[in-house]
Design a protein around this ligand. Sequence first.
Ligand SMILES: O=C(O)c1ccccc1NCC(=O)[C@H](O)[C@H](O)COP(=O)(O)O
Length: 264
Amino acid sequence: MTILQTILDHKETLLPTLMANEPMFNVIQKSRPSLYDVLRKSDTLQIISEMKRASPSKGLIAEGANPVEQARKYADAGAACISVLTEEKFFKGSFQDLVDIGNYVEIPILNKDFIIHEVQIDYAKAAGASVILLIVAALSDKKLKTFYDYANNLGLDVLVEVHNEEELDRALAIHPKIIGVNNRDLKTFNVDLAQTEKLAQKITAYEDIAFISESGIWNVEDAKRVVNVGARGVLVGESLMRSGDVEKALKSLQIPLPVNVKDV
Ligand SMILES: O=C(O)c1ccccc1NCC(=O)[C@H](O)[C@H](O)COP(=O)(O)O
């Protein structure tokens, strides 16, 4: 069985508890900028910075990291959005991390989790997220469309994640506003920025879709590779979590977009 399927099976076991309880979080209500607008209006590469303590592929990355302290560094360096992993078993995240970070910063907050049911979208909203992730590999076409519309109706932006061309075609069928190409194959853990390069042309053919590249971004050379094929943003976890100077590392990725990408 793949790790993705193992995670999804685990998520399934948690649904009855989520459904039996009202999501109750101590959230300071805020109106955040739309991630889509931030991506579309920028003329430099936008950094979606992730709070990531651990992962199935790397084990512990930064177990003791303080989410608010990490978020402060991200926000101070001009991150476009903070991605907060709320998956507990495999990533050591929590909804409390999401609440604490959201209460502290004003920028968009992505709830990074493995969504297989609407109730998880209700929890994301209640915990203060302004963006959710839908992973095409984890969903049927029907669920992808249903959850996308459900989240939009709650006022949430949606990052639709694909890894290969077949998933991209399925994503494009619902014409999402934001598409992320995950360079990590969630079934094998292989990370290759060539995935972004392979799929870029098909995505950038749609001028109204904001295109981002996810995973495996370590330095400015990586940033240049994805910018050169039209990415407006990157989702970065491990390299920022491991950095001794988060602000410098993040700022180094904020490179100018080529002129033809800036004004679409
Ligand atoms: O990171 C993993 O090992 C992983 C395994 C299985 C499913 C998802 C996984 N990661 C989620 C992500 O996509 C990344 O956290 C995110 O894109 C940041 O990646 P990175 O910059 O490489 O930490």
